[in-house]
Write a protein that binds this ligand. Structure first.
Ligand SMILES: NC(=O)c1ccc[n+]([C@@H]2O[C@H](COP(=O)([O-])OP(=O)(O)OC[C@H]3O[C@@H](n4cnc5c(N)ncnc54)[C@H](O)[C@@H]3O)[C@@H](O)[C@H]2O)c1
Ligand SMILES: OC[C@@H](O)C(O)[C@H](O)CO
Length: 300
C-alpha cells in the first residue's frame, strides 16, 4: 500500500476515468410518461407497475419478505431472495408460491460479504430468472454495544455487512445491468439512524454504517446514471420486526413511541409504498436520494 505522499504523486499524474453523465437522448433515462391513449383505468397501474425481476438481499428477513410480496403484487415476474440463512424464509416462500403460482421465486444462500458467493449467485439467478432489473439491499445487522467497550471485530462486522455488503451486491448487479443494457433500480436500506443518533440504545457502529450508505447511494447514482441505473435509499424508522423485539428493548420501545408524533412503531407494510415508488415508473426521476419512512420520529 503506497503511503500518502506516493498516493498524492500518483493522483497528480493519473488520467482520471471520465464520469459519463446521461444526456437527454439516452433512452435508458428518458421520462416515459404513459402513452396519451392509455385508458384512465390503466394509468395508475402504469405509474406503479414493477417490471422484470428483482433480487432482495437479507431476503429471509421481515422487511425483505414484506417487500417481496409487494414487488410481486405490483407485477414483478421473478424474485431471488438472497440470505445467509435462506431456510428461515421457507414458510414465507411457500406462501408466496401459493399466492403467485405464475412467478418464479428462488432463494440463494449468499453472505453479502463474500464476493465469490455474490458472483455465483448472480450467475444462478440470471440462469433461472433470465435477467435482473431491481436490487433491494435489506441484509443488515445491529448491535447495542457502548462504543467504549466495542471490540474492533463488532465494528468491522457491522460495516462489512451493512455497508460493504451493500456495495458489493450493487457493484455485481450494476455490472450485470450494464451488460444487459437495460438499466434498473437499486435500493439500499439505510435507517433514521443514518440521520440522527439513536436514543436510548448505543449503536455507533450501526449508525455510522447506515450514514455511509446515504453517501454511497449518491456516489453510485452519479457514476451509474448513464447506464440507466438509479440508486436510492430508504430510511425506515422503528419498525415492528424481530430486530426491535426482546425484553431488553422494552424501555427503548416506550421511549421511541413517546418521541414519535404518531405514538407507535411502523408496520413493515408501511415501507412498501415508497419501495414500490423507487422500483417503478413512479420513481423514474428519483435518483441519489433517500426516503424517510418514520412516522415523524425525527421531528422533535
Ligand atoms: N426493523 C427496523 O426497525 C429497521 C429500521 C431501519 C432500518 N432497518 C434495516 O432494514 C433491514 C432489514 O431489517 P429487518 O428488521 O427486516 O431485520 P431482519 O433481521 O429481519 O432481516 C435481516 C436479514 O439479513 C440477513 N443477513 C444478515 N447478515 C447477512 C449477511 N452477511 N449476508 C446475507 N444476509 C444477511 C439475516 O439473515 C436476515 O434474514 C436491515 O438492514 C436493517 O438495518 C430496519
Ligand atoms: O433507527 C431505527 C433502526 O435502524 C433500528 O431498528 C434500531 O435502532 C434497532 O435497534
Amino acid at each position: 500500500m503506497p503511503d500518502n505522499a506516493d498516493n498524492r504523486a500518483s493522483l497528480v499524474n493519473r488520467q482520471l476515468p471520465e464520469m459519463v453523465l446521461s444526456t437527454e437522448e439516452n433512452p435508458l433515462t428518458a421520462p416515459r410518461p404513459p402513452p396519451e391513449d392509455l385508458p384512465v383505468a390503466q394509468r395508475a397501474q402504469y405509474r406503479f407497475q414493477v417490471k422484470g425481476n428483482a433480487i432482495i438481499t437479507g431476503g429471509a428477513g421481515t422487511l425483505a419478505l414484506e417487500a417481496a410480496q409487494a414487488l410481486l403484487e405490483h407485477g414483478a415476474s421473478g424474485l431471488a431472495l438472497w440470505d445467509m440463512q435462506p431456510d428461515n424464509a421457507f414458510d414465507a416462500i411457500k406462501a408466496l408460491h401459493a399466492k403467485f403460482p405464475d412467478r418464479r421465486i428462488m432463494t440463494e444462500a449468499v453472505d453479502v460479504r463474500d464476493e465469490a458467493a455474490i458472483a455465483s449467485a448472480v450467475e444462478s439467478t440470471v440462469k433461472v430468472l433470465g435477467s435482473i432489473d431491481i436490487l433491494c439491499c435489506f441484509a443488515g445487522v445491529v448491535g447495542c454495544t457502548h462504543a467504549i467497550e466495542m471490540a474492533a471485530d463488532e465494528w468491522r462486522r457491522t460495516h462489512d455487512i451493512n455497508l460493504t455488503g451493500s456495495f458489493l451486491c450493487a457493484q455485481a448487479i450494476a455490472r450485470q445491468l450494464r451488460s444487459q443494457g437495460t438499466g434498473g433500480s437499486i435500493v439500499f436500506t439505510a435507517s433514521i439512524s443514518a440521520h440522527h443518533t439513536n436514543y436510548p440504545q448505543p449503536q455507533a457502529a450501526y449508525n455510522s454504517s447506515k450514514t455511509a450508505l446515504l453517501s454511497l447511494a449518491k456516489s453510485l447514482a452519479a457514476e451509474w446514471s448513464s447506464y440507466g441505473i438509479r440508486v436510492n435509499c430508504l430510511s425506515p424508522g422503528y419498525m415492528n420486526t424481530i430486530l426491535n423485539e426482546g425484553d431488553g428493548l422494552k424501555r427503548a420501545r416506550e421511549s421511541w413511541n413517546g418521541r414519535n408524533p404518531m405514538g407507535r412503531m411502523g408496520h413493515p407494510w408501511e415501507l412498501t409504498g415508497p419501495l414500490i415508488t423507487l422500483c417503478s415508473n413512479a420513481g423514474r426521476y428519483i435518483n441519489g436520494t433517500d426516503i424517510i419512512v418514520d412516522g415523524g420520529a425525527m421531528v422533535f
